[in-house]
Design a protein around this ligand. Structure first.
Ligand SMILES: Nc1ncnc2c1ncn2[C@@H]1O[C@H](COP(=O)(O)OP(=O)(O)OP(=O)(O)O)[C@@H](O)[C@H]1O
Ligand SMILES: [Mg+2]
Length: 225
């Protein structure tokens, strides 16, 4: 069991990847599996369910736009970076830190790796973006483990299409293909963090078992079984 990067009694696990990688499916399954092992687990997500998270979701769904002189347009990448960073601090205060202080395993569907990935593929100059997004998120504690679900762009797209729902601002084919490449080298974006890649295109049960194996490695001795 490695030492915890945040020094709190709980453990903080993040699942990440492109849209349709299965992060929602597997954060839910992981939380359920941990509870079945009598481990106190809390499921949470970003964008959070708080007020800034709610605003971000409306922007993602194109229901909230900027009133530009030339007409309505989506918020630009830098504004999104600021909103996601603000939501993250709110999410940490309201959900993550209280859970970790209470000794829970907090499982988050996305965290700051999403900001680094999505903002770097939507900005004009990706190289200068990463240090800026890191600085905005400097107060965000490091997770004990980040699991990246690697799924080919075509598989993720098929899943998104079969799930239905309205198109969101990050849904374009080109953007999602670039995101797959960014997530494949996630370690470059969060150097020093513990990152485990799992192939997310295997069967759901197999993927869930691999996720649980990765999480067992970071559980405190008292809950390790
Ligand atoms: N390993 C898997 N094999 C087959 N289907 C899967 C697998 N994992 C998830 N799915 C299915 O793919 C779809 C997308 O999964 P999910 O909603 O968890 O993705 P997501 O990454 O959370 O997407 P988004 O980021 O858009 O919310 C769901 O219908 C889910 O049942
Ligand atoms: Mg999801």
């Amino acid at each position: 069991m490695p030492p915890s990067p945040h020094g709190l009694p709980g453990r903080f696990v993040v699942i990440e990847g492109v849209d349709g990688c299965g992060s929602t499916t597997h954060t839910k399954r992981l939380t359920k599996a941990l509870r079945e092992m009598d481990i106190d687990a809390r499921l949470t997500c970003e964008p959070s369910t708080g007020p800034i998270g709610g605003t971000i979701r409306q922007i993602l769904q194109n229901r909230l736009v900027v009133a530009d002189r030339s007409g309505p347009r989506p918020f630009d990448w830098a504004t999104m970076g600021l909103l996601f960073a603000a939501d993250r601090l709110d999410h940490l205060d309201s959900e993550v830190l209280p859970g970790l202080e209470a000794g829970k395993v907090v499982v988050s569907d996305r965290y700051d790796l999403s900001s680094l990935a999505y903002q770097s593929v939507t900005a004009k100059d990706a190289t200068s973006v990463v240090p800026w997004i890191r600085e905005l998120n400097r107060r965000a504690i490091r997770p004990d483990l980040t699991i990246v679900m690697d799924v080919p762009a075509a598989v993720a797209r098929e899943r998104r299409e079969s799930r239905g729902g309205d198109e969101e601002i990050y849904d374009s084919r080109d953007l999602q293909e670039r995101l797959v490449a960014v997530y494949a080298r996630a370690e470059d974006l969060i150097p020093g963090d513990r990152v485990v890649h799992i192939a997310g295109d295997a069967g759901v049960g197999d993927v869930a078992a691999r996720v649980l194996d990765a999480v067992r490695e970071i559980l405190p001795d008292t809950t390790d079984s």
